[in-house]
Write a protein that binds this ligand. Structure first.
Ligand SMILES: *Cc1c(COP(=O)(O)O)cnc(C)c1O
Length: 530
């Protein structure tokens, strides 16, 4: 099913030796030459412009890794003793290979994942970040990034509704690390003895967490990292839309308590990954607060809805949470990773890692006497030491365009997803599994005469073929143990015509699969996608 993309097929493998002309090699000065840098930019910029201008409907041309490896290896200099001569053509081919392979994130045919085409200006700022290389953990290394973090904490903190004088925000390399960091802070608040004593410092019950059945896998992984085992994870049942059933939470916590567990954190989702479901935060907070349980909200996908006046109500009750993970590289359309981890109480943010012991350990970065500069350091609150100044693209977009850019785009995506819901509901051979709460929608292709036992495999086969055909890239997810097709609409250019074409292609593909299965009975081995 996979075939090399045209770019790869046409790729002339770079000749290892440029026409036999004697190489004198580059010197250090030319490698670092600013003029060379400008030339390279003016060379690459039109290539990226063409890339961005491509509006064709195409999802993914999956290239055989052996073919791609061969093409990439062919672009590597064989020079070993000298610094190789710079060859602009080699660079061009590398850029062409890069932009020509992978998911076409700006295409309206790409509906499969939560990362997307970024606001192009954000990419430009990322280039600046890469050149000036100012890691943001310590103020002295990245002054503007650290100030920009503070400014974005104010701006977004206002949308959360937390006391600006009390809240804290730290950027982390991805939502998974934000979830781990928040869980650690929660655990250390409940079990302060563990900072010094580890497992021997545990008092009053075995540390446990409560999570939705639909929780992102990074949360249960994070629990594992903290030494919270599978048996100490309390799973909260969800309704048909994937939301935690608030009425079942107190009984589940009581049952856990009787088993000797001490739940120190309940993780709610503001936008589950599979269906985009928003847990009832106010109702959950009403259960966790009186019990002293930390409420962490995994808003990696959906926290961005706070920017939209129309949709922010999905996070009703967020003001009662203790922490919130918010991926800007999802619904704020900046390059990955850019995650913001918010704490309602800034003091709790320092609880995650404890204070570095004075005099010993990390004396190379932690100042003994804090001042106005080190006050902006985040080294005591994040796991990373050297950290990308990931806030810069986001802050720049916010500075240049203001919040309305994000609000417009989010409103548009949610409206398009609702539209897709209505279109699919009107098709007799499609099952829509839920009303979309944001921009994620799950459905199945299900012709009337289909045997129930064939439903699961049909979705996998359709998804796999669709990807192979290269026009649409959708994902799959199990809902109630049966595979479903899932679209995540991240591109504001997706319109009715694209959705209609998607529906037609799924139907045509599904019928083709069924025809072939009927012609060759017996279990078919349509490999499920990775
Ligand atoms: C994407 C996602 C994550 C993981 O975030 P990364 O930035 O990919 O590490 C966690 N939780 C939810 C709900 C997500 O959608």
């Amino acid at each position: 099913m996979t075939r090399p993309s045209p770019e790869v097929q046409n790729l002339a493998i770079f000749p290892p030796d440029s026409g036999g002309r004697p190489s004198t090699g580059s010197d250090m000065a030319s490698v670092f030459d600013p003029e060379r840098f400008r030339e390279n930019i003016s060379n690459i910029a039109p290539r990226l412009e063409r890339y961005l201008a491509d509006r064709s409907t195409r999802g993914l041309d999956l290239v055989d890794p052996a073919v791609l490896t061969k093409a990439a290896r062919g672009l590597m200099t064989t020079e070993r003793d000298r610094i190789a001569d710079f060859d602009a053509d080699r660079l061009n081919q590398i850029v062409d290979l890069y932009t020509g392979t992978g998911i076409h994130v700006y295409s309206p045919g790409y509906m499969g994942r939560q990362f997307s085409g970024v606001v192009p200006l954000a990419g430009l700022v990322d280039l600046v970040s890469s050149v000036v290389n100012q890691p943001s953990t310590f103020y002295e290394a990245g002054q503007l990034p650290n100030v920009a973090e503070r400014l974005m904490a104010e701006e977004l903190g206002r949308l959360i509704g937390w006391d600006p004088g009390r809240l804290a925000m730290v950027t982390t390399s991805g939502g998974s690390l934000a979830n781990l960091t928040a869980l650690l802070a929660a655990r250390n608040r409940a079990f302060p003895g563990m900072l010094a004593g580890g497992a021997a410092g545990v008092r009053d019950g075995i540390p446990a967490v409560a999570v939705s059945e639909e929780v992102h896998y990074s949360v249960t992984r994070a629990a594992g990292v903290l030494g919270v085992g599978e048996r100490q994870i309390v799973r909260l049942p969800v309704d048909r839309s994937g939301r935690v059933r608030a009425d079942r939470v107190a009984p589940a916590l009581d049952a856990a308590h009787r088993r000797g567990l001490r739940v120190f954190c309940l993780v709610a989702s503001a936008g589950t990954t599979s269906m985009g479901a928003f847990d009832p935060l106010a109702e959950l907070a009403a259960v966790t607060r009186p019990r002293g349980i930390w409420l962490h909200v995994d808003g990696a996908h959906g926290a961005s809805l706070l920017v939209s006046r129309r949709h922010r109500d999905r996070l009703r009750g967020i003001e009662h949470a203790d922490s919130l993970a918010w991926d800007a590289h999802k619904m704020l359309f900046v390059p990955a990773p850019c995650t913001l981890l918010f704490y309602r109480d800034g003091a709790a943010a320092r609880g995650a890692f404890g204070r570095p012991p004075g005099g010993r350990g990390a004396s190379y970065v932690f100042d003994e006497e804090p001042d106005v500069y080190s006050a902006l350091d985040s080294g005591d609150q994040n796991f990373e030491c050297t950290k990308r100044p990931m806030i810069m693209p986001l802050w720049t977009l916010w500075a240049v365009y203001g919040p309305a850019l994000f609000e417009r785009k989010i409103d548009r995506l949610c409206a398009t997803t609702r539209h897709a819901f209505r279109m699919l509901r009107a098709e007799p051979d499609f099952d829509v599994l839920h009303e979309p709460e944001a921009n994620i929608l799950c459905f199945r292709y299900r012709p009337a005469d289909l045997e129930p036992s064939a439903l699961h495999r049909l979705q996998l086969a359709v998804r796999h073929r669709l990807r192979g055909d290269g026009r649409f890239f959708v994902s799959k997810v199990d809902v109630g143990g049966v595979a479903a097709l899932r679209v995540v609409l991240m591109n504001h250019r997706i319109g009715t015509a694209h959705l209609a074409q998607l529906i037609t292609e799924i139907r045509t593909t599904g019928q083709r699969v069924l025809r072939e299965e009927a012609a060759a009975p017996g279990p078919r081995a349509e490999r499920s996608p990775r």
